[in-house]
Design a protein around this ligand. Structure first.
Ligand code: SF4
Length: 473
């Protein structure tokens, strides 16, 4: 099947672009494809993580409305390059950016790259916007409710869905074989991706979701979630990632989803993302999650240091982290960890303590090496700026990189970050063994403190299951 056949007519008036979605088949275009189809609007979709835009020149020339999905920082950067390529080929096209990172960076995007920006629950507003452009009724000074323009930069973003929940349209996208797979017990299995909730009820200061959803979340009906799962299983998936911002924002809903999945598709395994405090508070559920097929849980540990957790408003403590780990261990579910390893508040002692904790619990293979070098990202719309906008360590907006740079008060930390990120990037390129990379990072960190790194400890755990694509934002 050619790219044009796969992704809809290349002469369609609407073009949807996805830059990057963590290695998953992009839900950020599959869902809008369904909303547009229901409104009778033909659309062509391209996942730029799989195919260059140059292969879709006809679709670019034909498009009158171009929607660029930006759920992550990387997707925004890829999307901006794509928008500039679209402008060069088709200057008359209306370009919209949609998703969390579009909302955070709207003011910057309006300088040149975006005609409009939208985020939140877009089932109704996205087709309305496309329709307005296609029918010639678009007015930048009076856009549809929920759409931001340079003239209306503060329009409220929709956080409730009043439309029917449509099944994402995946038939036009690249097959699951092209995307991240489950690696478990030395075997690879095709994996699908869906969401049982959107938004989040928490307000962590570094997260892109609260500026859009403001502490709300929306539960997707069980039947709608299962319909999307069935479509992906029919396409070959044997494992499903529930990529909700937090699967346990509604624990009863999560359990209903997991029970229905296991009842209808008992051979399908799954993973989900949940915050540390939710794992600790819902410890009683995990034996059942394991019995229903849960293989691993991704959790944003971020840091072990209380000052860092407080600055991020993470809402968990190290004691809860220890309880969450014991809970998952008791259930036989692997914990996969993400970190914000470098922040202005993380001391060198904190960084060493974090490595020591990972080593002592033999979680070395439970964390993608790239996480050891993750540096706090502060985009223009970040909630962090409310509290730390005047901090001495904060730099002015770096417009080209869509974030505020910052300088650590201890110069050793910025030097260590540069070394660790170079080390983990090289390790990822060469597909180095996780334990080797971890030991190399330990060498760098202990050297920064003028100390000798400890000798590698014994293996205490089997290799954990995980996806073949490293997580990063
Ligand atoms: S719990 Fe997770 S998704 Fe929710 S605000 Fe915090 S970091 Fe974001």
């Amino acid at each position: 099947m050619s790219a044009a056949q796969r992704a809809g007519s290349s002469a369609a008036p609407v073009l949807l672009l996805s830059g990057y979605e963590l290695g998953h088949q992009p839900l950020g275009v599959a869902a809008p494809l369904a909303w547009l189809a229901a409104a009778g609007i033909a659309a062509h979709a391209v996942d730029l993580a799989q195919e260059p835009l140059a292969q879709h020149a006809q679709a670019v020339r034909s498009a009158r409305w171009v929607g660029i999905s930006t759920p992550m920082h990387t997707a925004l950067r890829v999307g901006v390059q794509a928008a500039r390529a679209v402008r060069a080929l088709n200057p008359a096209a209306h370009i919209s950016f949609y998703g969390h990172y579009a909302a955070l960076n709207a003011a910057q995007l309006f300088h040149a790259d975006a005609d409009s920006v939208l985020a939140g629950e877009l089932q109704t507003v996205l087709p309305q916007l496309a329709q307005a452009v296609l029918q010639g009724t678009w007015d930048a000074q009076a856009p549809p409710p929920g759409v931001r323009t340079a003239h209306c930069p503060d329009a409220a973003m929709p956080t409730r869905n009043t439309a029917a929940e449509l099944q994402p349209q995946r038939t036009g996208l690249q097959p699951l074989q092209c995307y991240a797979q489950l690696r478990s017990n030395g075997q690879l299995q095709l994996a699908g991706y869906t969401e049982a909730t959107r938004g989040c009820k928490h307000l962590c200061a570094h997260c892109p979701i609260p500026p859009v959803y403001a502490g709300r979340f929306v539960a997707v009906p069980v039947e709608a979630v299962l319909a999307d799962v069935h479509a992906q299983v029919a396409a070959g998936a044997r494992h499903i990632t529930f990529g909700d911002p937090d699967f346990l924002n509604g624990p009863a809903h999560a359990l209903r989803i997991a029970r229905a999945l296991h009842q209808q598709l008992p051979h399908v395994t799954f993973d989900f993302t949940a915050k540390v405090s939710h794992i600790a508070a819902n410890a009683a559920l995990f034996a059942e999650f394991a019995a229903l097929g849960c293989l691993f849980v991704v959790s944003a540990v971020e840091s072990l240091a209380a000052p860092v957790l407080q600055a991020l408003h993470k809402g968990h403590t190290r004691a809860e982290l220890e309880l969450a780990l014991r809970t998952l261990d008791a259930a036989g579910i692997a914990l996969r960890i993400s970190l914000v390893a470098f922040t202005p508040w993380t001391t060198l002692a904190d960084y060493l303590e974090q490595l020591a904790w990972l080593r002592a619990n033999d979680l070395v293979e439970h964390i993608d090496a790239v996480q050891l070098g993750i540096r706090l990202l502060i985009p223009p719309g970040s909630l962090l700026l409310r509290e730390f906008g005047n901090a001495a360590w904060l730099g002015a907006l770096d417009a080209e990189n869509y974030c505020h740079p910052w300088t650590h008060p201890d110069a050793r930390m910025d030097a260590l970050w540069a070394q660790v990120s170079a080390c983990t990037a090289a390790a990822a390129r060469s597909e180095e063994d996780a334990r080797t990379t971890f030991a190399a990072v330990e060498q760098l960190a202990y050297a920064a403190a003028g100390r000798i790194a400890p000798a590698p400890g014994p293996r205490l755990r089997p290799p954990p299951p995980g996806l073949t694509e490293s997580w990063f934002c």
